[in-house]
Design a protein around this ligand. Structure first.
Ligand SMILES: [Zn+2]
Length: 108
């Protein structure tokens, strides 16, 4: 099964203020580490997409929404996909909640 990974710049250590560079939009903002997965089932094959990195609050929200919608729309169409899709959905929610807890109080 091929894994497509979104290209990301190299990781940068956060500075003493707790600000880091968001790896999606590139702004210096408070970030949290997230990883989201989604599945696309195509009966006998399936494809997995993954995003992982230190993202700012608005990028976490945007990518969580995108990965959740696409996973739930396109994920189910296959035997293994029936198992993988709900697991990814639960993992994504857990990663999202953890990130939002970390970014509580951070500006959008
Ligand atoms: Zn961002």
């Amino acid at each position: 099964m091929p894994t497509m990974q979104a290209p990301m710049p190299t990781t940068q250590a956060p500075n003493p203020l707790g600000l880091g560079r968001c790896q999606r939009c590139g702004n210096m903002r408070q970030t949290a580490r997230v990883s989201f997965h989604r599945n696309v089932g195509m009966l006998f094959i399936r494809r997995t997409y993954k995003i992982e990195g230190n993202l700012c609050k608005s990028c976490v929200r945007r990518h969580f929404a995108e990965f959740t919608v696409k996973n739930l729309l396109l994920g189910w169409w296959g035997t293994l996909s029936l198992i993988v899709t709900p697991l990814y959905a639960v993992q994504n929610v857990a990663s999202y909640i953890a990130a939002m807890r970390e970014l509580r109080g951070a500006p959008e």
